[in-house]
Design a protein around this ligand. Structure first.
Ligand SMILES: C[S@@+](CC[C@H](N)C(=O)[O-])C[C@H]1O[C@@H](n2cnc3c(N)ncnc32)[C@H](O)[C@@H]1O
Length: 280
């Protein structure tokens, strides 16, 4: 496959996109589907998803459709999503991500860590023009696509791209100022312990991390609850977004940043008096 590790991994990885093919499209796992030339037709909204798309995007549906087309064509050619994902852009990517908008307060500042091709950050910016969104992504091939897509979709007023890792975004890097957000989102980036370590420092106190997760979210929470607490996070809560609109709804875990915990400073090596070793 020509695509890189990003969004193909998102489907099977810890990010929790729903499994299974779309109900009416031809099976995209066939060899034929994977070698086809990317076509704008792949991005046409399937009729059975039209109601959900209208509900989630409202009068921004035309912008969402333009993004779907960019993902299914340019995004595939540039290796940002796998060719098998092209016919699934609406259900597995756009609608899955747009459902999360219901968890985000009006006018919030949102940071999307590990955006890849813009998921979920760009989708949220499309669905919710009241949000100010920063897409945080370290890989240049992906940030180039993101910057161009933001321009092409006319989103430059509300969306910016931070090129770097989440850990760098806390302090600022490469001439870019540090960023914080009321809400930090992530899909398919890392397990909850690592994700909390990277993302909670980016959340303003009282704000929240919203991570899109899959079916095993409860086990993941049980495994990493202590780490989350040690980082100042509150009790992780599971929510289902888009209930009655999407089948299945999108599962998220939310963690409020309740306390500000500074990272532990590494211990200085013990020095003996007079600079000499106590051992003889
Ligand atoms: C599997 S992809 C998921 C992309 C997108 N969120 C999606 O759902 O399609 C993981 C992304 O996280 C990015 N990433 C990995 N570690 C990161 C870090 N420490 N800070 C920011 N982004 C990171 C990678 O470059 C990659 O684009």
């Amino acid at each position: 496959m020509t695509h890189d590790d990003s969004t193909a991994g998102a489907v099977d990885g810890p990010g929790g996109t729903p499994s299974g093919p779309s109900p009416v499209r031809p099976d995209p796992t066939t060899a034929e589907a994977s070698v086809r030339t990317p076509s704008p037709e792949d991005a046409v909204l399937p009729p059975e998803l039209a109601d959900a798309a209208r509900t989630l995007f409202g009068d921004r549906l035309d912008v969402a459709a333009a993004y779907a087309e960019l993902l299914a064509t340019d995004g595939v050619v540039r290796g940002l999503i796998g060719p098998r994902e092209a016919p699934r852009v609406w259900d597995r990517h756009l609608l899955n991500c747009a459902a999360v908008a219901e968890r985000i307060p009006q006018g919030a500042t949102v940071l999307d860590v590990g955006s890849g091709a813009g998921l979920p950050g760009l989708v949220l910016a499309i669905a919710r023009p009241d949000l100010t969104v920063t897409l945080i992504e370290p890989l240049s091939r992906r940030t180039s696509f993101l910057i161009e897509t933001v321009e092409r979709l006319g989103l430059a007023r509300t969306v910016r791209v931070f090129r770097g890792r989440a850990e760098e975004a806390v302090t600022g890097a490469n001439g870019q100022a540090p960023v914080t957000g009321d809400v930090v989102t992530a899909r398919a980036v890392a397990p909850l312990d690592r994700l909390s370590t990277w993302c909670l420092p980016l959340v303003v106190p009282g704000g929240r991390l919203i991570a899109l997760k899959g079916a095993s979210v409860a086990e993941e929470i049980a495994e990493h609850a202590d780490t989350v607490t040690s980082l100042g996070g509150g009790t992780p809560e599971i929510h289902r977004c888009g209930e009655g609109v999407l089948d299945p709804p999108t599962t998220v875990v939310e963690i409020v940043r309740e306390r500000v915990v500074r990272p532990a400073r590494p211990k200085a090596p013990k020095r003996s008096r007079g600079g000499r070793s106590r051992r003889r």
